[in-house]
Design a protein around this ligand. Structure first.
Ligand SMILES: [Zn+2]
Length: 203
């Protein structure tokens, strides 16, 4: 996807509809800075507002992602290209998210381990030991909801029984026992419980 081209196209369509960046932003309930970022190719419109944006600009999502009005002859080809491109970008960002998650997990675990070691092995008054161990846990406790959220949305989990691949609910991820990123969860398709692996590429 060519963000610069898409940006120019958005600006062109907006002007055709006689809207300022501010007016378009107000219709979408976002800031005019966001609109300016799209139009200069620095960012893509979020998928959650893409349909509404296309509606206002009187174009299709396919037009938007192609950065031009797609003719009927090329419509399916362009659609396929755009879908493939979006899947590729999602896979790339999922991989990046999971790498970040590992790093954040390690960073948050360091104070915890350090607190445990100092609290247990350095001789000091008991209340101080408790304070040190507990405060070492804080970064981990703060990080856990974020880490779980990444695990939930990045990639998919695969059922061992029926090989159904899906994005689980946050609460399932939260409650499930895990070994690394493999989680023991109930499959929404066949209803059986199994150790489900995290996968990036849906097959
Ligand atoms: Zn299943």
């Amino acid at each position: 996807m060519d963000q610069i081209k898409i940006g120019r196209f958005i600006a062109e369509c907006r002007k055709k509809e006689n809207l300022t960046q501010m007016q378009l932003a107000e219709k979408l309930n976002i800031t005019d800075r966001a609109v300016s970022k799209w139009e200069t190719g620095k960012a893509m419109p979020d998928s959650s507002i893409m349909l509404e944006l296309c509606d206002i600009l009187k174009i299709t999502v396919n037009d938007l992602l192609s950065g031009e009005k797609v003719t009927m002859d090329n419509y399916n080809k362009e659609l396929e290209n755009n879908l493939l491109e979006m899947v590729k970008q999602k896979q790339k960002s999922d991989k990046r998210l999971l790498r970040m998650e590992s790093l954040a997990g390690v960073m948050a675990a360091i104070p915890f381990v350090a607190g445990l070691v100092i609290g247990l092995f350095v001789p000091m008054e008991e209340w101080k030991q408790v304070v040190i161990v507990l405060s070492g846990m804080i970064p981990l406790l703060v990080a856990i909801p974020f880490l779980l959220r990444v695990e939930q949305v990045a990639g998919f989990y695969e059922c061992q029984h029926c090989h159904h691949q899906y994005v689980p609910q946050y609460i399932s991820v939260f409650m499930a026992p895990h070994m690394g990123r493999t989680r023991y969860m109930k499959c929404p398709e066949c209803g059986k419980r199994s150790w489900q692996k995290k996968i990036i590429n849906k097959e």
